[in-house]
Design a binder for this molecule. Sequence first.
Ligand code: HEC
Ligand code: HEC
Length: 216
Amino acid sequence: MLPIPSLPPPQPCASSRPPSRVRRPAPAPHGLADVLRQHKDMKLGMLVVALLTGSITAWADNTYFSTHLYAKFRVKGCTNCHDFFEKKLGGLSYKSHKGRTPDRCVNCHTKDVTGFTHADDWFARPDLYTSGMNSQRTCEATKTALHAQFKNETLAARDLEKHLFEDPRVLWGIEQATPNSGRLPEEKKEVDLVKGGLPEWKEQVRAWIQAGMKCN
Ligand code: HEC
Ligand code: HEC
């Protein structure tokens, strides 16, 4: 501990100073910025910033689908495949992949490329969530695809976790979840993958599921 410095001696009264040193009273602070600007003690400023940052983190409620998951469900690594048969969204089956039938996917998206145990797990299908959806619809489409409305909540939660944590296509779309995540034929690579890796993904998906899979 440093010794506490003794207080400075009391200032001489204003009338003894030369007139040039008489200052106008500082304007009353209006907002937080004013208070911070006027306050000479940096430590107080830092404390206020720390408190604010803390409350912003608390506001970012990770039980909402919209907080973290919506952005992660929108990466190209997921939507390029979910949009595959959507003409309006520039689906690949109307562009570079025109005329490529389901039995041919494995010719190029081989095990060596995808890292899948079964190469034929690389396939596309309509009626999934797609890139054009807002957070609410993305969430609802995900639950609909799993037929969540017909299941006990614990079964729906289990199925959703299983899909989102173990499905080879999902893992392919998460950065570094597998050594082959993002790999495409002809040495191509999808770089817009789910950031933050598998541990963060699991934590955020669990928070949403445990809070009841609400679509807000
Ligand atoms: C190679 C294409 C492909 C990629 C890449 C892909 N998906 Fe899918 N996804 C599918 C197909 C096909 C289905 C339907 C599975 C079925 O019918 O058995 C599906 C189904 C789903 C479902 C619905 C649940 C279900 O069991 O049907 C969710 C949720 C989902 N995908 C999320 C994702 C996320 C998140 C990513 C990216 C991290 C992703 N997918 C990447 C093709 C893909
Ligand atoms: C002749 C080889 C070939 C066949 C067959 C093929 N693909 Fe591809 N696929 C590629 C190549 C190369 C790319 C990367 C460049 C591009 O987008 O065309 C690619 C990219 C993709 C992507 C984009 C992934 C991303 O996130 O960027 C998807 C989705 C996809 N293929 C799905 C399929 C499906 C589903 C089938 C079967 C119906 C299929 N492919 C058949 C060669 C092929």
